[in-house]
Design a protein around this ligand. Structure first.
Ligand code: ASP
Ligand code: MG
Length: 459
C-alpha cells in the first residue's frame, strides 16, 4: 500500500464552512491523505462542557443550545441545507439537549464525556458532506470502534494494543486509494462501549495514536490556526519566530511545558514509530510550518521558551523525612491513587516541593486537587499550597552539558523572583516557577536575550 498521511484539523480550522473548505483543499491536494481527524468546531466543546455540568437551569440550557445550533446551522446553511445531514444534525442537537436536562438531575463523568463527544461527532459528519459537496469521495468513521481507552472519563488513556489491532481490522481496509475517511479526535470508548474523552485538546493525540496504529503512516499533520511551533507565544513577544524543525524531545518538552500548539501526549506515539509530525496553519498553508522529527540539522542550546500558567506548588514537610526510606514513595502513591501527575520536584532534607497543573486539563475543567487528597497528604506531613504561579521552561539541546547555561538564563532576569528551579533531569530543558504577574516579563526578557541575539549552537 502507498504511504498514508493522517491530517488533523483543530477547532478553529473547522469553525465554519469557509474554514472547512480550506481544510478540504489541504486534504485533497495531498493524495497520501487518507485519514482526516477533526476537533469540534471552535467554541463547541466549551458549550458542551457547560451543558454537561449539571449547573444550568432551563434558561441556561436554552442559551447554550442556541449558540450551539447557530454554529452548526451556519455550516449547514452554507452547504445549502441538504436534507439528510440537516436532519441528522437536528437529531444530534435534540439528543444533546435531552442529555443536558438529564445532567441536572443526575450528573456523572460518564455522562459528561457522552455529552462533550457530540462536538466531534457533528464536525466530522459535516466535513464528510463538505468533501462530498466539492466532488470528493469521503466516508464518516466512528473512531470509538477503534479508539479503545480505559475508564477514566474526562482524561482516558488509550489502550494501544487494542487500538492497533482494531485499526488494522476496521480502519485500514477502508483506504481504497480514493475515499477520504473522516473521523473524530478527542473521543474514544471503554471496554463496555461507553464514550470516553482523552482530555481537553486531545484531538492531536488522537491523530498521532491513529497514525501510530496505521502500518504505512508516513506523516502526521496537525493543522491549526498558527503556522507552526513558535520560539515563544507570539501574543506575548512579537519577535517570536516559527521554528522550521525541532526534535521530538524538544517538542515534547515544549508541549508539556505550555506551548499550546500541540497536546503534550502527541509526540509519544510519533516517537514510538518515528513518524514525522508537521504543524501548520490551515488558513495559510503556503506559510509552511514546523516539522518535528527524530533528528534536526541545527541543535541550538536555546530553541524556545514556554509558559504554563495555573501552576500549584505543594510543599510537603516532615521531620520524618530525615534519613527515612519510603517517605516519597508514600507521598507519590497518594498522588497516583488520585490519578494526579506531578510535574516538577525538588527536595531538601525535610521537605519536598512539587508542582501540579491545577486543572490537570480534565475535560470538565475542574481542579484535580481535592480536599480529600490534601487531607490524605496531611496525615503524613505538613502541607503548604501556593498558587498563582507560572512555570517557565527553556527548551533546547545539551543544556546540562555546557557551562554557562544557568548563568545565561538567570542573568537575563535578575529582577524576577524565582520560586523553584528544575534543571538536569533532561538536557532539553531548564524550568522554574515565578509569580504569575512576573511571568510575561520573564518570558520577554529571556526571548530577547537568549533567542533573538545570537542563538547559541552546540559544537
Ligand atoms: N474539542 C476538544 C477540545 O476542545 C478536543 C480538541 O480540540 O482537541 O478540547
Ligand atoms: Mg483544540
Amino acid at each position: 500500500m502507498s504511504k498514508v498521511c493522517v491530517a488533523k484539523f483543530g477547532g478553529t480550522s473547522v469553525a465554519n464552512y469557509p474554514a472547512m473548505c480550506n481544510c478540504a483543499k489541504i486534504v485533497t491536494n495531498n493524495p497520501n491523505t487518507k485519514l482526516v481527524v477533526l476537533s469540534a468546531s471552535a467554541g463547541v466543546t466549551n458549550l458542551l462542557v457547560e451543558l454537561a455540568s449539571g449547573n444550568l437551569d432551563a434558561q441556561g440550557i436554552e442559551d447554550r443550545m442556541l449558540k450551539l445550533s447557530q454554529i452548526e446551522f451556519s455550516i449547514l446553511n452554507d452547504l445549502g441545507n441538504p436534507k439528510e445531514i440537516s436532519e441528522e444534525i437536528q437529531k444530534l442537537l435534540h439528543e444533546i439537549k435531552d442529555l443536558a436536562n438529564h445532567a441536572i438531575i443526575e450528573h456523572d463523568d460518564a455522562l459528561t464525556d457522552r455529552i462533550v463527544s457530540y462536538g466531534e461527532i457533528m464536525s466530522t459528519k459535516l466535513f464528510t458532506v463538505v468533501l462530498q459537496s466539492l466532488g470528493f469521495k469521503s466516508k464518516w468513521f466512528d473512531v470509538r470502534t477503534v479508539m479503545r481507552t480505559d475508564n477514566r472519563f474526562g482524561k482516558a488513556a488509550p489502550i494501544i494494543e487494542v487500538l492497533s489491532n482494531a485499526a488494522k481490522e476496521k480502519l485500514v481496509p477502508l483506504f481504497d486509494g480514493e475515499t477520504i475517511i473522516v473521523t473524530q479526535g478527542f473521543i474514544g470508548s471503554n471496554a463496555i462501549g461507553q464514550t470516553t474523552t482523552l482530555g481537553r485538546g486531545g484531538s492531536d493525540y488522537s491523530a498521532a495514536l491513529l497514525g501510530e496504529a496505521i502500518p504505512d503512516c508516513s506523516a502526521i499533520e496537525i493543522w491549526t490556526d498558527v503556522p507552526g511551533i513558535y520560539t515563544t507565544d507570539p501574543r506575548l513577544v512579537k519577535e517570536a519566530r516559527v521554528i522550521p524543525e525541532i526534535t521530538f524531545s524538544e517538542a515534547a518538552e515544549m508541549a508539556t511545558f505550555g506551548a499550546k500548539v500541540l497536546h503534550p501526549a502527541t509526540i509519544f506515539p510519533a516517537v514510538r514509530r518515528n513518524i514525522p509530525v508537521f504543524v501548520g496553519s490551515s488558513k495559510n498553508p503556503e506559510l509552511g510550518g514546523t516539522w518535528v522529527r527524530n533528528e534536526t540539522e541545527s541543535k541550538p542550546t536555546f530553541r524556545a521558551v514556554a509558559l504554563r500558567k495555573n501552576q500549584m506548588l505543594l510543599t510537603l514537610q516532615s521531620p520524618n523525612m530525615i534519613g527515612a526510606c519510603g517517605f516519597l514513595a508514600n507521598i507519590f502513591s497518594i498522588f497516583a491513587k488520585y490519578g494526579i501527575s506531578v510535574d516538577l520536584i525538588t527536595t531538601s532534607e525535610v521537605s519536598v516541593a512539587l508542582t501540579i497543573d491545577s486543572t490537570g486539563s480534565q475535560s470538565s475543567g475542574q481542579s484535580v486537587v481535592s480536599e480529600q487528597l490534601l487531607n490524605e497528604l496531611k496525615s503524613f506531613c505538613k502541607v503548604r499550597v501556593d498558587d498563582g504561579l507560572s512555570l517557565i521552561a527553556l527548551i533546547g539541546n545539551g543544556m546540562s552539558q555546557v557551562s554557562g547555561t544557568g548563568a545565561a538564563v538567570f542573568a537575563s532576569i535578575t529582577d524576577v523572583n524565582i520560586r523553584m528551579i528544575c534543571y538536569g533531569a533532561s538536557s532539553h530543558n531548564l524550568c522554574f516557577l515565578v509569580k504569575h504577574d512576573q511571568a510575561e516579563k520573564a518570558i520577554t526578557e529571556l526571548h530577547h536575550k537568549l533567542l533573538e541575539a545570537n542563538p547559541q549552537e552546540i559544537k
